[in-house]
Design a protein around this ligand. Structure first.
Ligand code: NAP
Ligand code: G4F
Length: 342
């Protein structure tokens, strides 16, 4: 029997790199990781895979239909896992057109290539709880209406519709999971969780060495998110791709925490016992008479998603999927990793 082939886009990112690790460990499939051309090396999340004979890099870009078309035609993948995106919500107001081009039109480019060259290929697109945005109820389930609040959320919502249209028009196995926030030591450094653990690790080291440091500056620390570990989610994506019928599910922990809860958990790991003072833009965290954390309105968004809390009961019941890593362990792992790499 021919070895199955999996194409993963976004392989240099958090989820793409964990997906490649997972499939190399759990299957004997050949993995193709798509990377885009960059002027400097961007492979830190996949360095450990580069000599693996079952892992091969291919060059393409979601904004370039010819590259996607050529890759699908040449590889003829059995699975196409699209984890590439302009994934930072905050930046999507500055680069709305590029965000839509990559996160929505890019999905059409993938679907067209599959339709023409590999119609039996199973396609997964990375959907997001940001599509739900200004939520009507909590916890949110798969029936919740799409109410995006950011150009990023709107692009992912458009992608969800086009995936459904291609599924129904051409009978493709094409799905878009609806995933709540998931993090790890491989998380990009501008996302709030990694920004917190990385900068608090730096502050901890500065305190120990008695040198000056800049306070950690944040925006809305009362936004609530349903955070999990990315390793748990790549397993859920793979289960979704291997069902009999192309059904779409929510993956979430079912618990929600404020950004401030995340900060407090990380401070606990670093053993920094200070106090929070004042409110609103004046709110600060003080330790030994020094400001460690302060609010900077620059990090507020033009429109905020105040609360996300997912109901993953369908994924639990039908896919037998449950997240294994708790919020507390996630924060500890990220904080420890950043301290060790200081
Ligand atoms: P990430 O770490 O930011 O990775 C994004 C990946 O996309 C990177 O490998 C990046 O390549 C690649 N990429 C960006 N633009 C591209 C383009 N034009 N062509 C080809 N590749 C491109 O994101 P992540 O956290 O792993 O998220 C994976 C997917 O899940 C994304 O679609 C994201 O929107 C979605 N999602 C994430 C979460 C979450 O909480 N993590 C939740 C819901 C949905 P470079 O390295 O070259 O920049
Ligand atoms: O870490 P964030 O930037 O993630 P956000 O916006 O929730 O988006 C992430 O999760 C989505 C799933 O729901 C994904 F689709 C998306 O790709 C991405 O992975 O911000 C989390 C919260 C927001 O409410 C933000 O306003 O933290 C708040 N926040 C407060 N201060 C901050 C900051 N966010 C960032 N990035 N930086 C701050 O200084």
């Amino acid at each position: 029997m021919m070895t199955k082939k999996v194409l993963i886009t976004g392989v240099t990112g958090q989820d793409g790199s964990y997906m490649a690790d997972f499939l190399l460990e759990e299957t004997d499939f050949q993995i193709f990781g798509m990377v885009r051309r960059t002027s400097t090396n961007n492979n830190k999340n996949i360095t450990h895979l580069l000599n693996n004979p079952r892992f091969k890099l291919v060059t393409g870009d979601l904004t370039d239909s010819q590259s996607i078309d050529n890759i699908v035609r040449e590889i003829q993948p059995d699975y196409f896992i699209n984890l590439a995106a302009q994934s930072f919500v905050g930046a999507s107001w500055q680069i709305p057109e590029q965000t839509f081009d990559i996160d929505a039109v890019g999905v059409i480019r993938c679907l067209e290539a599959i339709r023409k060259h590999a119609p039996n290929c199973r396609f997964y697109n990375a959907g997001s709880s940001e599509e739900l945005g200004n939520v009507d109820y909590s916890p949110q389930d798969e029936k919740h209406p799409l109410k995006p609040r950011s150009p990023y959320g709107a692009a992912k919502a458009a992608a969800r519709h086009i995936v459904k249209v291609y599924r129904e028009s051409y009978n493709l196995f094409a799905i878009q999971g609806l995933l709540y926030n998931h993090e790890s030591p491989r998380r990009g450094e501008e996302f709030v969780t990694r920004k917190i653990t990385k900068q608090l690790a730096q502050i901890k080291k500065s305190i120990e060495e008695n040198i000056d440091f800049k306070p950690l500056q944040l925006g809305n620390i009362y936004a609530k998110r349903d955070w999990s570990h990315a390793k748990d989610f790549v397993k859920g994506i793979w289960l979704m791709l291997n069902q009999k019928k192309p059904m779409e599910y929510i993956l979430a922990s079912g618990k929600t925490y404020t950004v401030k809860d995340f900060i407090n958990k990380s401070l606990e790991f670093f053993d920094i016992n200070g106090i929070w003072i004042k409110e609103g833009l004046e709110e600060k965290f003080i330790y030994q008479n020094k400001i460690l954390i302060e609010i900077n309105p620059e990090f507020y968004r033009p429109a905020e998603v105040d609360l996300l809390l997912g109901n993953a009961n369908n994924a639990k019941k039908i896919l037998n999927w449950t997240p294994q890593i708790s919020f507390s362990d996630l924060v500890k792992e990220m904080s420890k990793n950043d301290l060790m790499n200081m």
